[in-house]
Design a protein around this ligand. Structure first.
Ligand SMILES: Cc1cc2nc3c(=O)[nH]c(=O)nc-3n(C[C@H](O)[C@H](O)[C@H](O)COP(=O)(O)OP(=O)(O)OC[C@H]3O[C@@H](n4cnc5c(N)ncnc54)[C@H](O)[C@@H]3O)c2cc1C
Length: 599
């Protein structure tokens, strides 16, 4: 069969990949587009998003408000030119999605409904009940189907980027149905391969979020940026880590310790809701502080011995009982469904045991505002990329919008690039393709002997990441994590493979994913080690203060033969000079009064 060649190849069929594919198809119908995904697109993690997507809609809100919340929520690590473009484009993209058929929830008078979300001073989170990601992905998927120029490679696992003559010219992928390893060539490649929460044991992330695109770009010489910033979501179900959406707190849910005390009043949490807004339905800000602060407050309660013991570890209670059955069923029905199915309880009658859980990577492939990497022809968007929007802590509901805003922009830029370059040089690439085929088939699948099962190695990695690079880190814990990662590299050369089948060989896929997790974890641990300050989601117990003089900079981790090399890049400040992200106790203990010491 002839090698397929496209103008633009998207790796990933989630929100970012499909939005980018549509952008290319719309930009120029004569361009050929391919979407390769290791799962059927509707199974991408975007489908699991519950709470909503942020974009200014009300006349009482403003783009500057959204920008400021994003920047201060991100502890001044966001590039402000990127934020300004994002907040301005967000409402247009969300409206575009409506025109493509996304069923946004409405107010009784027919306007788009918005709900409060953590760290946002105003209500600006659009939602479709609490299945927002499902509806957004469905809308994008169905829209993509109408373009003849888009070809899909469903259940193809991309394992390597093809770089030749100083530019990216395609990928090598394993067709999971047949076990064949084949090239897919393209003038431009966009990595939309999602996050890497699976580097940690307890995560809301689907099993497929193994940082594949990040690992591939890193090995090809692109930097991984800001990897030390890992977001813990404060409310995962204790046993499984399944997410209980922030919308449950947006709608009025509260967090209680084992004494039934609303402990967040004891902590400084960050931006409270606008105290001058008398109509705000929530009139509380405690549970709507930024995620990093809420997760850190949990550790505070743990240290004070005020958490609840459960068979699955320490927890606190998320209580939504006071919202009543009717509101729960209308606004957050999925929360009730998840609690019944996965925790055996009904949140209408019982509080939900929750604890912080790894949720999102602020870091990722180093790209500029156009999604371009340092390799011509290679782009990235969505959670795989670090677009510099989210800084040191992403605000809930900014990610779904980011997929749209930067998926579209990156798609356009990749299309533009593809129009200006020659077709990939198939002949020159054949050596690399053969090498990758041999690496996978002979090096792994048909390999004899070996000592370690990949599942054992993954468990070791998980233990090292959780204990050394979790919510609080220090020089000692990070050094230990880095040491285990380096030992795991050696052990990985002695990995053994039991399953020799060609058809949907999940052991082989797990191996290929694991090498990406190792690379991502290495970059993460070393970036965290070298950032000797605390900022946003990166909290060093041995360096508790933020240090703008030294570290108001993005970290860039480059792969070398030994430990990664860490460089730094200045943060772009346009209109909002760095400020203290410290606020007074936001609310009185009754939780009914909006009195705040300051805002
Ligand atoms: C449970 C949950 C709830 C969330 N809720 C919200 C929310 O309410 N609001 C919000 O803003 N954000 C939310 N987020 C975050 C947000 O959903 C994600 O950041 C976002 O959906 C990521 O989209 P993406 O397109 O970048 O990647 P994904 O949707 O993860 O898609 C990645 C794609 O890449 C493909 N892929 C990966 N590796 C390979 C490979 N090697 N070869 C081929 N294909 C590959 C996959 O098959 C998939 O199609 C939530 C996240 C989770 C986990």
């Amino acid at each position: 069969m002839d090698t397929p060649v496209y103008d633009v190849l998207l790796v990933g069929g989630g929100g970012a990949g499909l939005r980018a594919a549509i952008a290319v198809a719309e930009a120029d119908p004569s361009l050929s587009v391919a979407v390769a995904s290791k799962v059927y697109p509707m199974r991408s993690h975007t489908v699991a998003a519950e709470g909503g997507a942020a974009g200014v809609v009300s006349s009482e809100d403003s783009l500057d408000n959204h920008a400021y919340d994003t920047i201060s929520g991100g502890d001044w690590m966001s590039d402000q030119d990127v934020v300004e473009y994002f907040v301005e484009t967000a409402p247009k993209e969300l409206t575009q999605l409506e025109h493509w058929g996304c069923p946004w929830s409405r107010t009784p008078d027919g306007k788009v409904a918005v709900r409060p979300f953590g760290g946002m001073k105003k209500e600006r989170t659009w939602f479709a009940a609490d299945k927002t990601g499902f509806h957004m992905l469905h809308t994008l998927f169905q829209t993509s189907l109408k373009y003849q120029s888009i070809t899909r490679y469903d259940e193809w696992f991309v394992s390597k980027l093809l770089i030749e003559d100083g530019r990216c010219q395609g990928v090598v992928a394993l067709e999971m149905l047949t076990g064949q390893v084949k090239p897919i060539l393209a003038k431009a490649v966009v990595l939309c391969s999602g996050g890497a929460g699976k580097a940690f044991p307890f995560t809301t992330n689907g099993a497929i979020k193994t940082g594949d695109g990040m690992g591939q770009a890193y090995r090809a010489g692109v930097a991984l940026k800001d990897m030390e910033f890992v977001q813990y979501h404060p409310t995962g179900l204790v046993a499984t880590g399944i997410l209980i959406t922030e919308a449950s707190r947006g709608e009025g849910g509260i967090l209680l310790n084992k004494e039934g005390y609303r402990y967040l009043q004891d902590y400084e949490l960050g931006t409270p809701l606008d105290p001058k807004d008398p109509n705000h339905p929530q009139k509380r800000s405690m549970e709507l502080g930024p995620r990093d602060r809420l997760s850190q407050a949990f550790v505070g309660e743990l240290r004070k011995g005020r958490t609840i013991d459960t068979p699955y570890g320490a927890a606190v209670h998320l209580d939504i009982r006071h919202l009543g059955e009717a509101k729960i069923d209308k606004k957050i029905p999925f929360v009730r469904e998840l609690c019944r199915n996965y925790a055996g309880l009904d949140p209408v009658h019982e509080p939900i045991p929750v604890r912080p859980v790894v949720h999102y990577m602020m870091g990722g492939i180093h790209v500029d505002i156009d999604g371009a990497t340092s390799i011509p022809g290679l782009y990235a968007a969505g959670e795989a990329a670090s677009s510099n929007l989210n800084g040191a802590n992403r605000l809930g509901s900014n990610s779904l919008t980011e997929l749209l805003v930067f998926g579209a922009r990156t798609g356009h830029c990749a299309a533009e690039f593809a129009r200006g370059v020659d077709a990939p040089n198939e002949k020159a690439l054949s050596g690399q393709v053969a090498e990758e085929r041999a690496r996978i088939l002979e090096g792994f699948l048909q390999k004899e002997g070996g000592e370690f099962r990949v599942a054992e190695l993954r468990a070791e990695l998980h233990e090292a990441m959780e204990s050394g690079a979790g919510i609080y880190r220090s020089e000692d814990t990070l050094q230990q994590t880095a040491k285990v990662i380096s030992e795991l590299r050696d052990k990985f050369t002695k990995v053994k493979v039991d399953d020799r089948s060609n058809c949907f060989n999940t052991e082989l896929i797990t191996l290929l994913e694991f090498e990406n997790l190792l690379d991502v974890s290495e970059a993460l641990a070393h970036s965290a080690l070298q950032r000797t300050e605390s900022r946003g989601a990166h909290q060093r117990s041995d360096h508790e203060a933020r240090d703008d003089d030294k570290f108001l900079k993005h970290s860039l981790a480059y792969k070398t033969d030994g430990d990664p090399r860490i460089d730094y890049l200045d943060v772009v400040i346009t209109r909002w000079p760095p400020g203290e992200r410290v606020y007074g106790k936001p609310v009185d203990s009754s939780g009914t009064d909006a009195k705040k010491e300051d805002s």
